[in-house]
Design a protein around this ligand. Structure first.
Ligand SMILES: Cc1cc2nc3c(=O)[nH]c(=O)nc-3n(C[C@H](O)[C@H](O)[C@H](O)COP(=O)(O)OP(=O)(O)OC[C@H]3O[C@@H](n4cnc5c(N)ncnc54)[C@H](O)[C@@H]3O)c2cc1C
Length: 332
């Protein structure tokens, strides 16, 4: 039997387990079946008590074992502390595969782990499978999104980070009698070279929220400047949503790359996606097709975005968005 699949259960800055963990859990169940029912394990770092709200989530997601590292000093993400603890754990339990969400935290942590362990890492995957030789086949876009490459790792453990929202979270209960193993730890023994002083907002506070937002207001080149995006930010705040952008807008410096949506950005699945002055290039729409409802505003009646929209308004964003803002303010 395989030595198992280890999943990183990321705890966010606000104390929740990131939804990408449950997406990884579902995929890990499929991979495990192809690996002779290899055990599925998870590792979690947090301040004491976070796990208590999630025990049922783990037992219902097919996780056999959870390694819990709890300490007040682990409340804040630290590359040094987390990577030291996880590499020691990996040496102890010797998993065959390690899967981590390609979030800001995961993208920082995973390369540190793979470099320390001297193993390979396929980053930012959009598909995972087990090939005929029982190896992890990790697929990711390459050459700026022009091609898809399936990558095998010769060394062990095989590591991959996976973009949030490319897999669905488990939609049915896969009950396991999960073993919660609380690991003793002494953080004083680990050199922690970086101290977090503060978080700075880039556009608004949407960096991680795009992954979980129920409403996304996204802008394209037609917004003409970063000032145009301030207008979107105001609308998103009134709707309780997050702001996204096209690559066109990001390349022109109107919005940061961290909120780019599409083939070379994030995949999003909100309940409502509001596309403002976005033409609807396939490289953008590929990242939004999981949205429940798409509403578009564009001054070109032939813009392709209308072909993938549930409802569209032909008009100028600089007329329509301020009116929407006004109506929402009045309604509040
Ligand atoms: C390999 C590769 C990967 C890519 N990856 C991505 C990706 O991840 N994400 C992504 O978004 N793109 C990606 N692209 C780029 C993509 O092909 C498009 O170029 C990009 O999405 C266009 O951005 P846009 O809609 O903002 O701009 P445009 O295509 O220029 O569209 C602007 C739209 O705004 C409308 N408009 C202008 N002014 C107004 C106004 N005042 N009111 C209302 N409407 C107005 C116009 O009618 C037009 O439809 C990629 C391209 C390649 C080749």
């Amino acid at each position: 039997m395989s030595r198992g699949i280890l999943l990183y259960a990321e705890v966010t800055r606000t104390g929740y387990i990131h939804t990408v963990f449950f997406e990884l859990a579902r995929k890990a169940c499929e991979l495990s079946e192809k690996l002779d029912n290899a055990p599925i394990m998870a590792v979690l770092f947090s301040k004491p008590g976070v796990i208590n709200d999630y025990k049922e989530g783990f037992t219902n997601s097919g996780i056999d074992k959870v390694f819990v590292f709890e300490d007040e000093g682990l409340e804040q993400y630290s590359t040094d502390l987390y990577s030291n603890l996880i590499t020691d754990l990996v040496k102890e339990i010797d998993p065959e595969i390690i899967l981590i969400g390609a979030t800001n935290q995961g993208r920082d942590l995973a390369p540190r782990i793979s470099a320390t362990l001297g193993t390979g890492l396929t980053a930012d995957c959009v598909e995972l499978d087990i090939n005929e030789k029982g190896m992890l086949a990790a697929t990711r876009p390459t050459f700026g999104g022009q091609l898809m490459a399936t990558i095998l790792c010769k060394t062990r453990p095989q590591m991959a980070t996976v973009r949030p929202k490319v897999f669905k979270p488990a939609d049915e209960i896969n009950y396991k009698n999960t073993d919660f193993i609380y690991k003793a730890l002494n953080l004083g023994n680990i050199k922690n070279r970086v101290k977090l002083k503060e978080f700075t907002k880039v556009l608004n506070d949407t960096l991680n929220e795009l992954d979980s937002a129920e409403i996304i207001v996204a802008g394209g080149k037609g917004l003409k400047s970063s000032e145009g995006f301030k207008m979107l930010e105001e609308l998103a705040k009134l709707l309780g949503g997050a702001v996204g952008a096209t690559r066109g807008a990001v390349d022109l410096g109107y919005a940061p790359h961290s909120i780019q949506i599409g083939q070379t950005g994030k995949t999003v699945t909100p309940k409502v996606y509001i596309a403002c002055a976005i033409s609807g290039a396939v490289q953008h729409t590929v990242g939004i097709t999981g949205s429940e409802y798409i509403f578009s505003i564009n001054n070109d009646p032939n813009a392709p975005i209308f072909n993938v929209s549930d409802m569209g308004l032909v008009g100028d964003v600089f007329d329509i968005i301020p009116k929407l803002i006004e109506i929402l303010k009045e309604a509040k």
